[in-house]
Design a protein around this ligand. Structure first.
Ligand SMILES: *[C@@H]1O[C@H](CO)[C@@H](O)[C@H](O)[C@H]1NC(C)=O
Ligand SMILES: *[C@@H]1O[C@H](CO)[C@@H](O)[C@H](O)[C@H]1NC(C)=O
Ligand SMILES: *[C@@H]1O[C@H](CO)[C@@H](O)[C@H](O)[C@H]1NC(C)=O
Ligand SMILES: *[C@@H]1O[C@H](CO)[C@@H](O)[C@H](O)[C@H]1NC(C)=O
Length: 505
């Protein structure tokens, strides 16, 4: 069955079933015998998705009032073989009165309610045969804005939930585009959140028009107000930016887009026809004038994530997890089951300098200056009190410990100034998810890394997930709470302290 799906469009499938399996295909039979790691394409167990436990006394006071949300692909209907098409599910962890309570709840989209009557077209799924179009599945990141909690993705089909109960709210985002950004760029001091999107007439996605907008939440729904527009040198298909960045004076977006596949492949969903283009165009908007400029860069890549960008000596410094045109293909079941070829998914991480005042060009170099440090990592996070601060020193990420690692199996603490790995944590058979910094209750004079990180771990030996609490200074594992369901691998989380939430990044 698996083989037939894989080779669906080829007569090879029929041939293979009718006669004996061709020997020249035997390599793929071997790969089929492998399974993806147990936290991929694995649904949350909703029959047992709420639980609580005591916290160790020494941590309870520091964690009091902390709420942690994660957005996970938590439901995999039959026929879904692409991990990040899993249906959006919010997991909430609350720390209160010495106890940790956790609960998971699906976002009630059309796809969640009646998948089998849906025309569902995902990144790597479908389009399925159905009656109703089911386009909403916000499964990538969370955006706290004012007192609202939104579930985001790179399309404009975001969703909103009640931060207390996780109940699905009917609100939508209004934008003159089919795309938005999973990571809007939010300025913590002005509280403004910026997005960047293609904005051709009638929302048609093949256009040379690129816009910057500001998000304005209302009692019902959220508006996107266009504040800047610029023409690209040529038309781009589904121009979108996963992760724009904001500094005191600028908003910066890497102009990424999709390009047709040649030849097509046996995949489903959008990735059958398209893949991401590795490009070198940048948009920079001056926040004083709202005027945008397009700049060229020195390296072609897809920006998977910027993290903490800042201004220094007339440059905007932007660090990027640079992905390849093939990156998204990784999340197909057959590829997750196979050995990881890390260089096929990622380029080395980059440090880019954007001389905004002089109008470019953008120059990028490898982030790690020494080869010994040059690990592949993703899902970078940092202490939010140091956002946009050129003096910031540390970021955290999950990394591949070895070229043979099947997925991210190491937590790293990186010094952003010396550009080297200062600490690492790993344990046999443990795979990680993003490690989120617990924001401080108030400023004060504390060292930047004085705090804790939260990550959901998956133990392949026990086939169990747990919430790991780490020291942000040393990466020591301070506490591990087993959870009553496996939590599928997922992209992002956010942390709130005393009801004040911090966006990611
Ligand atoms: C720029 O956009 C902001 C909204 O982010 C708006 O308040 C301001 O008036 C605009 N400035 C100019 C010069 O258009
Ligand atoms: C891994 O991917 C790179 C880049 O696509 C390719 O050059 C290399 O041959 C691949 N390695 C293996 C072992 O398949
Ligand atoms: C993973 O599970 C195994 C088997 O239950 C256990 O021995 C090991 O300590 C666990 N690892 C961690 C880091 O908890
Ligand atoms: C729910 O999870 C708890 C904690 O892991 C476990 O002890 C219990 O047996 C589970 N209950 C069901 C119905 O699976």
């Amino acid at each position: 069955m698996q083989r037939c799906l894989w080779f669906m469009s080829l007569p090879v499938c029929i041939l293979g079933l009718a006669a004996s399996w061709p020997t020249w295909l035997s390599f793929s039979a071997e790969e089929d015998a492998r399974q993806p790691l147990g936290y991929f394409l694995r649904a949350v167990d909703f029959s047992n998705s709420s639980s609580s436990a005591d916290l160790p006394e020494k941590l309870a006071a520091d964690l009091e009032g902390v709420t942690h949300y994660r957005l996970v692909p938590g439901i995999f209907p039959d026929g879904m073989h692409f991990h990040f098409d899993g249906l959006a599910t919010v997991v909430k962890f609350s720390f209160s009165k010495g106890r940790l309570t956790w609960t998971a709840r699906p976002y009630e989209s059309g796809a969640e309610k009646h998948f089998h009557s849906c025309i569902f077209g995902g990144t790597g799924t479908g389009p399925t045969l159905g009656i109703y179009p089911c386009l909403t599945n916000p499964v990538v990141n969370l955006l706290p804005i004012e007192d609202q909690l939104w579930l985001t993705t790179d399309t404009s089909k975001w969703g909103r939930v009640d931060p207390e109960t996780l109940e699905t709210l009917p609100d939508e985002v209004e934008v003159e585009s089919t795309v938005l950004n999973a990571h809007p760029a939010c300025d913590p001091s002005s509280k403004a959140c910026f997005v960047q999107y293609n904005c051709g007439s009638n929302r048609q996605p093949f256009t040379n028009q690129a816009c910057v907008g500001q998000l304005l939440p209302a009692a019902q729904g959220m508006r996107t107000v266009e504040i800047s527009r610029v023409e690209l040198p040529s038309r781009k298909l589904i121009q979108h930016s996963h992760s724009p960045c904001v500094t005191q004076s600028y908003v910066v977006s890497k102009i990424d887009s999709f390009t047709p596949r040649d030849p097509l492949n046996g995949n489903s969903g959008v990735l059958r026809f398209l893949h991401q283009a590795e490009d070198d165009l940048w948009l920079v908007m001056d926040r004083k004038t709202n005027k945008s400029t397009i700049l060229r860069g020195s390296v072609n890549f897809v920006n998977n994530h910027f993290w903490n960008c800042y201004e220094m000596d007339g440059n905007i410094v932007l660090d990027s997890v640079a992905a390849t045109e093939d990156y998204l293909d990784n999340y197909f079941e057959k590829n997750l089951a196979a050995e990881r070829n890390w260089t096929r998914l990622f380029h080395p991480a980059l440090r880019c300098f954007l001389p905004a005042a002089t109008g470019g060009p953008v120059s990028c170099e490898k982030f790690f200056t020494k080869d010994d440090d040059a690990v592949i990592f993703d899902y970078p996070t940092f202490n939010p009190a140091f956002k946009m601060n050129p003096e910031y020193k540390y970021f955290y990420a999950i990394a591949a410990k070895a070229p043979t690692s099947r997925w991210f199996d190491e937590l790293i603490k990186v010094n952003a100034q010396t550009r080297s790995v200062e600490h690492a944590w790993s344990a046999p058979g443990i795979y990680l998810t993003e490690a989120d910094f617990i924001p401080w209750r108030e400023g004060g004079h504390r060292p930047e890394d004085d705090g804790m990180l939260l990550s959901v771990l998956y133990n392949t030996t026990s086939d169990q997930s747990s919430l790991g609490i780490f020291s942000a200074a040393t990466l020591a594992l301070l506490h591990q709470q087993p959870l009553s369901s496996v939590i599928p691998f997922h992209a992002h989380g956010i942390v709130c302290v005393d009801s004040r939430c911090y966006p990611n990044p």
